[in-house]
Design a protein around this ligand. Sequence first.
Ligand code: HEM
Length: 395
Amino acid sequence: MVLRQKFKGLVPRGIGGFDAALRLLWRQHSRTEPHMASVQPSFSARPERSAARAAPLALARWLLVVAMMIVTIVTVGGITRLTESGVSITEWKPVSGILPPLNAAEWQDEFDKYRQTPQFVLVNGPAGMTLATYKVIFFWEWVHRLLARTIGLAFALPLAWFWLRGQIPAGFKPRLLSLLALGGLQGAVGWWMVQSGIVHDVRVSHFRLAAHLLVALTTLAGIIWTMLDLRAVSRGERASRLTPFAALALGVLVIQLFYGALVAGLRAGTVAGGGWLDGNVWPLMQGQLFPAGIDWSQGAARALLADPYLVHFIHRWWAWLVVIVLVIMGRRLRALRQRPTSIALHSAFGAQILIGIATVMSGVAIYLAVLHQLIGALLVAATAWSAHALGRPQR
Ligand code: HEM
């Protein structure tokens, strides 16, 4: 045990050499100190075998695929929300819900359930929604849920496979289980969000929407980080640590993502007006720097979290704090010669700002708003990558 402590820092972690190296050192030590030969050191039972089995690179590749699937589902989630499709399926049936209605009677039954929702009673019913138009909004929500199930399986089944084959490197099991738990939590949060839109209101709660988006993006960041750690382990390097500056950058970004979700959930993208290259729409809002019309009557906290004008104002200006922090991050990456990471980060936040402004000017055109959601997810991935690069142990 003492030996294990003594030589720990000298032997690279994760390439399976630790126990083997300890055995070698022990043999040499026993030769020079014969009285120690009878002492049994506490090495693991089959160290070389289990270490040789670890497959960090295979796990990293698998996690990259899952990360790409999450980016896809975030984008489909944006389409689902923007086409007002989110509450079209009124029940949560994790297994039987895989199949859409298969005949006219089943379709009618599904449509009848949707016709009980406030959204149909107050909005789509009076607007004359038919079964044919209902099928369109059903499609997006169904695809969204199908993708969610697919991602669940694409995570859980390979995880079980790697686990049973003993291919998960030491220290990664709790992390992978936490990521699996986050996926499960996301399913529950998603249903909790949908419920808010089928029971009381014509649209889902903007807080629950924000929770749903943030759990998805946290899972994405966690998967990227774990993937990069696994790649490091495959090269015989140590895992990264989160530096205080990277934690600050991620914190500033999370606030921006949260406010973005509030803007989306409150349909606050249009409160500044619309019009291409119109300065009254951006940088001003309805011709004013600080928007008129904020409702302070229910207190500042409510205004900060639920007033569409104030929420939109905060989102469009907090973006520049994000830019400042990420530019500093980019400079630090360059100092560490992490040029590709820095380029990815700059491209992502640059595009995100431009698309955000275009989304406002277009009066929230669906294709731009979806692109804004997609690039938002890519920016999270790029920032997680950058934070990981900043925390890599220096050789
Ligand atoms: C780094 C900067 C930014 C980040 C990370 C970011 C992120 C987000 C996120 C995550 C959402 C919610 C996702 C969605 O449902 O679309 C959102 C929504 C939105 N953002 Fe941003 N955003 C940024 C900058 C901006 C800027 C500069 C503007 C405009 C001046 C803007 C305007 C909007 C609008 C209008 C929405 C609502 C779109 C909708 O209703 O779908 N964003 N943003």
